[in-house]
Write a protein that binds this ligand. Structure first.
Ligand code: ATP
Length: 345
């Protein structure tokens, strides 16, 4: 078990700032998800932590020790990739044993350890198989076992579930979290899938264009993000431009288009121009002081997702029933909107 810390990691590729002053801490046994759209720099950060690339500036600390100058094999870091990166000519056991190539274990111990790892990832009895005889989910389990073989202090997972179909992805992410928690391993899990990040992480960081814009516990980031990009990236969001007309302790009144809305003002700096943020589930349809025109509705399964319009602003909300189109419907707020600074903070 180890603590991981990055301090101001910065890396440019020509004119592309792939990572800019990226700082985060992952506590012992903690699972940190790094989330962001394609090309935002997630893999770059992971490679800098692993030692597969050198930062232009910044440092990587593992258990308080500066490892920035160390080669990958001296960092005690294991890595799992989206593509598995297994050797097709080796058996499952051979692939896992490859993870032990730097260890000094005698042959018998090594065989025993491979058996334990196979059991750990639910593949007992698969040791003699060739990689091409495995399903994608099984291959990813082998890749995980190989990365865990040398007992790394920190495990880095780069989109490990992306190549799998949706149902398997959900099943494996549950297994993965259970396993990592059981081993109390410190891990960084990179993904572009917000649902996966929210489901798997103890804490998560959201990246955009090389920057880590916000980090925190999944629930806090989802419910009360500080950055509008994070609000929109972590789920469906209503973000309306408005002006604060009253701000008193916990309560604010915001002028939005043609209406005055109540909002939570707690802790918000005195700013005139704001974004009013709330999620579809914060809206109560059918009662309340406001009216919106229903434009379209799509069935999600257990409920409808409704696109509506409020004084020209788009409004997304949920309804248990199919709402009548083009009609004006009442709505109110179950949870009051929050105020965000338009540029984030
Ligand atoms: P994805 O989710 O698509 O894998 P990512 O968030 O992991 O994306 P990175 O792979 O870290 O993003 O890339 C960040 C930026 O740096 C991109 O613009 C990418 O094109 C660029 N980049 C990454 N590696 C290199 C490289 N070796 N040479 C040049 N540019 C690179």
């Amino acid at each position: 078990m180890a603590k991981l810390e990055t301090i101001g990691l910065t890396k440019r590729f020509g004119s592309v700032p792939a990572a800019q002053h990226v700082s985060f801490q992952v506590g012992e046994g903690e699972l940190f998800a790094l989330l962001g759209p394609s090309g935002c720099g997630k893999t770059t950060v992971l490679r800098l932590v692993a030692g597969l690339a050198q930062p232009d500036s910044g440092r990587v600390l593992i258990s308080g020790r500066d490892v920035t100058g160390l080669p990958p094999e001296q960092r005690g870091v294991g890595m799992v990739f989206q593509s598995y990166a297994l050797f097709p000519h080796l058996t499952v056991a051979g692939n896992i044993a490859y993870g032990l190539r730097f260890s000094r274990l005698p042959r018998r111990e090594r065989r025993k350890r491979v058996g334990e790892l196979l059991e750990l990832v639910g593949l007992s009895g698969y040791g003699g198989r060739k990689v091409h005889q495995l399903s994608h989910g099984e291959r990813q389990r082998v890749a995980l076992a190989r990365a865990l073989a040398p007992e790394p202090r920190v495990l880095l997972l780069d989109e490990p579930l992306s190549a799998l179909d949706a149902a398997l992805r959900v099943e494996l992410r549950r297994e993965l979290r259970t396993l990592l928690k059981r081993l109390s391993i410190t891990a960084v899990h990179v993904t572009h899938d917000q649902e996966e990040a929210l489901a798997i992480a103890d804490r998560l960081g959201v990246m955009r264009a090389g920057r880590l814009v916000e980090q925190g516990e999944p629930e806090r980031l989802y419910r009360a993000p500080r950055d509008p990009f994070v609000a929109g990236f972590l789920g469906r969001a209503n973000l309306w431009p408005g002006r604060v007309v009253e701000l008193r302790d916990e309560r604010a009144v915001v002028e939005v288009a043609g209406a005055r809305l109540p909002a939570r003002g707690g802790g918000f700096p005195q700013l005139e121009e704001v974004l009013v943020f709330f999620r579809p589930e914060d809206v109560e349809l059918g009662q309340g002081p406001f009216r919106a025109r229903v434009i379209s509705a799509e069935l999600l399964g257990d409920r409808w997702i409704v696109q509506a319009e409020f004084f020209g602003l788009p409004l997304i909300l949920y309804s248990p029933h199919r709402p009548p189109l083009e009609r004006m419907l009442r709505f109110g707020f179950r949870e009051l909107p929050r105020l965000l600074a338009p540029s984030g903070q």
